[in-house]
Design a protein around this ligand. Sequence first.
Ligand code: ADP
Ligand code: MG
Length: 264
Amino acid sequence: MFHIGGEFGYNRVVSDQPVIELQSVSVLYPNGIQALQDADLRVHKGEFVFLVGPSGEGKSTILKLLYREVKATEGHVLVEGHDVGRLSAVGVARLRRRLGVVFQDFRLLDYKTVRENLTFAMQVLDTPPQIIRRRVNELLDQVGLLDRRNDFPQQLSGGEQQRLCIARALINHPPILLADEPTGNLDPDTSEEIFRLLEAINLKGTTVIVATHDNAMVDRMLRRVVYMCGGRIVGDHPAGSYYQPDECPYDEAAPAASGASSEW
Ligand SMILES: Nc1ncnc2c1ncn2[C@@H]1O[C@H](COP(=O)(O)OP(=O)(O)O)[C@@H](O)[C@H]1O
Ligand SMILES: [Mg+2]
């Protein structure tokens, strides 16, 4: 059980409620691409979920819905019981503190050191310096970068940069970690290291959702696999391998028949 606050305003205990829920969600991008079609998904606290499928099938769109970079054109997206489509700007900021996000392309600040990349992420929340120092050291230790703390991102290997991104995503203790193709730029050994780190984070209680087409790694991890194709969820396996239907029954992210919506 855990407590949530903020606009997220009152404290309450969530038990068997899903922490993430998509209810008949569709996303039609303004260019007429139907990126998601009638998707239903429930993720419970502490789960580790892979979203898999080839490029362009709607994996990133699902993650973007959760941190409200994209809004559903139909249906509801709930995070910790809150309908993210209805949040005010302040509510969206609070939502994003509940979610750590890791991307394929790192998005580190190259002119700041390893340590500063982390302190920066905390300072924006006005955290006292001694708390920042303790948290930064704890995380650098967890991701194995304590002795690299004064280096700059460009001095790190790809795997080390991604480990730093993971530390940055976790800095404010988010209960949910989203990773979008976190190993897309990494070799297989380094990818394994990143997946094992995500697994260790999950074992400490964080709910983890990873969008990936790294089939070898998905097969090794034996975790829940949600399979996407043509903007639809076409499979959901509790301890799956990288399941691939012989043929995707839907056209790949087909343009909507009725054309683009001008709603947003
Ligand atoms: N901002 C956007 N505007 C218009 N089309 C988009 C946008 N983002 C993604 N798409 C399209 O939506 C479909 C799904 O994309 P995405 O969710 O990124 O898939 P995946 O992560 O599985 O590769 C693709 O056809 C992609 O080109
Ligand atoms: Mg993607």
